[in-house]
Ligand binder design. Structure first.
Ligand code: GSH
Length: 235
């Protein structure tokens, strides 16, 4: 049995993390038996980030390595049917959303005081009240330092939005009038993009990126279609 460790549910999502959601959806699609273990503390994970899986006493971190594991274990290819050129585009989309759009959403959640209050309540309610203020201030400080190191934290909210708006438009243009990014059926890029777009729109206080996605009928129809197709029911 594969054990998948993820963050608990929050903000209408079965897990707070789009990377965890991607792994849940991929395991579900592959039909492999798995058990979900929830934790709010990633320090026990091999790379101190979630998700990771444990299988036969081996720990595999990172949703990309988990994808490779699933493809080997279930003898499937999430990009089946794609040309080499499409596979290249798929990889570029995944990198764009996971290494750029994702961090803009983290900045919207953790960097902005109005959203931070919701994040604090949703993610840290298990921590005893007496130390909660101290712990959450420290964790927020670390998250903001990561955003600064990554670079996105150095942009103003307006600059940040201008950059990610262009990424989201790129997704919409690649999608065009197709049901999924590369045609009739979901491929690996959809497993990354759908949870990340959802992470923006379920963030409690609507920021410009979320407002932009919500105002776009093509993107919203895609998110709904992707959720219906990829997300397991009953989570
Ligand atoms: N490249 C990793 C990214 C995973 C990741 O960034 N996870 C975040 C939650 S969305 C995390 O656990 N962060 C904890 C930390 O950075 O301290 C993947 O694809 O799994």
């Amino acid at each position: 049995m594969i054990k998948l460790t993820v963050y608990p549910a929050s903000f209408e999502e079965p897990t707070a993390s789009p990377f965890c959601m991607k792994s849940i959806c991929m395991l579900h699609a592959a039909g492999l038996p798995y058990e979900i273990i929830e934790t709010g503390d990633p320090r026990g994970a091999p790379k101190q980030k979630l998700p990771f899986i444990e299988v036969d006493a081996q720990q595999i971190p990172d949703s990309e390595q988990i994808r490779s594991f699933i493809e080997t274990a279930a003898d499937l290819d999430f990009d089946e049917g794609l040309t080499e050129r499409q596979r290249g585009i798929s990889r570029a989309i995944i990198r764009m959303v996971e290494e750029h759009v994702y961090f803009a959403i983290v900045a919207d959640r953790w960097g902005e005081d109005d959203n931070w209050e919701h994040v604090r309540r949703a993610f840290f309610s298990d921590i005893p009240v007496i130390i909660r203020g101290f712990v959450t201030r420290q964790v927020r400080k670390q998250a903001l330092a990561q955003l600064d190191g990554q670079g996105i934290g150095r942009h103003s909210p307006e600059e940040r939005f201008d950059r990610v708006r262009r990424d989201v438009i790129a997704i919409r243009e690649i999608l065009s009038d197709k049901p999924f990014l590369f045609g009739e059926n979901p491929t690996a890029a959809d497993y990354s993009v759908v949870p990340i777009l959802r992470a923006s729109i379920v963030t409690p206080v609507t920021k410009p990126l979320a407002a932009f996605i919500k105002s776009d009928p093509t993107l919203m129809a895609y998110v709904t279609r992707g959720t219906d197709r990829l997300y397991p029911t009953g989570l």
